[in-house]
Design a protein around this ligand. Sequence first.
Ligand SMILES: NC(=O)c1ccc[n+]([C@@H]2O[C@H](COP(=O)([O-])OP(=O)(O)OC[C@H]3O[C@@H](n4cnc5c(N)ncnc54)[C@H](O)[C@@H]3O)[C@@H](O)[C@H]2O)c1
Length: 268
Amino acid sequence: MTEIKGSVAVVTGGASGIGLGIATQLVAEGATVVIADVEAAALERAAQQIGATAIAVDVSDPAGVEALAAAVIDTFGRVDIVVNNAGIGPQAPISELTLADWRFVIDVNLYGVIHGVHTFLPLLEANEEGGHIVNTGSMASFDPQPGLGAYAVTKFGVAALTEVLRKELKESGSRVSATYLAPGTVRTNIKDSLRNRGDAGASALFDVDISQGPAGELRWQDPVDTGRVVTRAIRNDDAYAITHPEWWEMVEEHNETVERAFMKYPPL
Ligand SMILES: NC(=O)c1ccc[n+]([C@@H]2O[C@H](COP(=O)([O-])OP(=O)(O)OC[C@H]3O[C@@H](n4cnc5c(N)ncnc54)[C@H](O)[C@@H]3O)[C@@H](O)[C@H]2O)c1
């Protein structure tokens, strides 16, 4: 079990939204926190606001994530908690996505997490007391919706990565563990995700503020409360950190469709 008080934590995508909420809560619980983000100005502001250290990184660049880890070790001597959270949420129907669109979403949302795990896992394993990895996915990995094809592909990937990692760590008796964070609707800047894309060329992706549609009726969580969900999951070594337990019915409906497919025919 990773002790939060006195730990050194790194949160990617920490300049805004859920990452900033998680970082705020980690600071409140006594961690020394590094926030890492691609938006330099917002990152500096956020770090000052919550009393964290800012380190600029583009998580889609493996060398950048290595440099982030090296800077954290140089400054603090160790790292105990890593939250691979940086992500984007633009939409487009699968039939319209360009290959550059696929690559952009996968590079940030899936490779960003892969780079974080690949780089930080050996550092956590080197600690006598181990450590904890939290990977931010989405409810979209439990019940994917139209328009979110590229996004859901990455979130299924992050879910698979985290579940397998957790099982392998338990099997090997490691003192490092992993949690899959599956946020529902949280009040953040994800509705403006394309701000983090350079010149895209031809692209079908567009930003959507889903709070302006039917989803506006849902419960929208404050990111610091998402942070509380995360620190509780770290303290209890939970496999999943769930922000919207009331959405189970929707997930169950999805799972029942799978169950019906299993039951439809006898074995051949
Ligand atoms: N907001 C929600 O309702 C919701 C729901 C489910 C999942 N999520 C997930 O939560 C995570 C955080 O998103 P958010 O909602 O807080 O959005 P946000 O836009 O408020 O924050 C995302 C942060 O990630 C940073 N970022 C983007 N690309 C980056 C890159 N290549 N390298 C480093 N940093 C980068 C952004 O600059 C930003 O600070 C994402 O993985 C998203 O998929 C959000």
